[in-house]
Structures are given as C-alpha cells and as structure tokens.
Design a protein around this ligand. Sequence first.
Ligand SMILES: [Zn+2]
Length: 237
Amino acid sequence: MSNFSRQWIVTSALLDKFPRVLHGFGTKYFQEKELNHFCQSKNLKPITLKQLHSDHIHLLEKKPDSLLEGDALVTYLPGFVLTIKTADCLPVLIVDPINQIVAAVHCGWRGTAARLLEKVINFLIKIFGTQPENLYCAFGPCISQNCYEVGEEVRKSFNYAGFSLNENLFKPNQDRPNHFFLDLRKANRDLLLASGIEAKKIDEIVICPHCHQDFLSRRRDGHRCGRLLNFIGLLYN
Ligand SMILES: [Zn+2]
C-alpha cells in the first residue's frame, strides 16, 4: 500500500468519472473540521446520521431539522454531502447516473446481516425505477477477513438472514473453536451481485484500516478511536 502521508481522502476511479458526483473515503486526517471546510469551500452541506447498525434508510428531500437516525442516506438533491462514519465497518457509495441519485451506506456486520445493501437497491428500484445494471458502487476501506474474527453468534445471524455459510465467508479459526474470520466485503459484494449489479461496476478500495496506520480501526484503537468519514454528494449543475 502506498504511503498516504496526511492525504485527506482516497477516491474510486469508477466514481471519479461522474463529473457531477463528489465522493471520497477519508483517512484519519480527514475529520469533521476538514469535512466542514471542504464542504464550505464548495457551498455544500454535510449530512451525518446517528448510526444505529440498523437497516433504516433515509431519503433526503430537504435539509433535515434534526439529526437523522439510520444507516443509509439517499438523495437526488444537489448540495448535500451524505456522510457515513466507519472504523472497521464497510462504507459503500452508490451512483445511479441515469436518475442522478447518490447513496451512502454503513455496512457493519449487523447491517450486513440485516441485508441493508440489498434493501437500499430495492428502495432505489421501488422509488425511482432504478435499473440495477445501471448502478455504480464503490467499497471503501474495511477490515480485512484476516483481521476480523467473530464468534458463533455472528455466524448464526448471517445464517438466519439467508446467507450461505461457506468457508469463504466464515473461515474457521483453526486455533479457536467456534471462532471465524468474516469476509465483510464478500458478504456485501454477494448482496449486490444477487441484486443485479454488474461485477465490473463494483469498485473495491482494498485497504484494511486495522493494518494501515493512516486509517482508524475500532478493533485496533478501541471504541473511542474516532471515525473515518466517507461521503458522496451531487454538485449543482
Ligand atoms: Zn488488517
């Protein structure tokens, strides 16, 4: 991995090709102060959520009066920067270039077991008539399978949610019975592919924050480690 040395954000080459879409996955140097500064300079308003590890989706149709709660934000309005906070969890940014819609989704293990990403795609289909094959998706930095040991209760939640518990998804830890290494990227990629997203339209920035010092990891740094800021928005025409 290259040395980011205080670089603020990394971006997806797949999403970079849309001139009206602004997006990025923040390093630990890109905190709220930098986000606010960045948004002000472009006359945009950052929107954050009180994230709950839920499957709740917000369609943003006006400036919110209070802090929204949930784990996915969708908008067709220019001028808002949808922001998802992570520290190990997977941030997913989505563009529908036909309908000019963007979405930001927080995919931790609970949201993934709740099939949140699939619900976001279904939401776009239902509300906007989105065709899944037209969507572009980018996965940001997320804890790698080797760094992400989980217990049997997590595996059971995925089983209950209809995931197939193969050894690629939950690799058994040979040294610890009933402990597994979860591939959170794969779980979410599989949800997208099953929803009709084309594989070539899923870009993955494969950085493990647990391994990389320029990012924040709850498993490495503890619950109070702060959060990485991941964002997407539509610019004014
Ligand atoms: Zn790692």
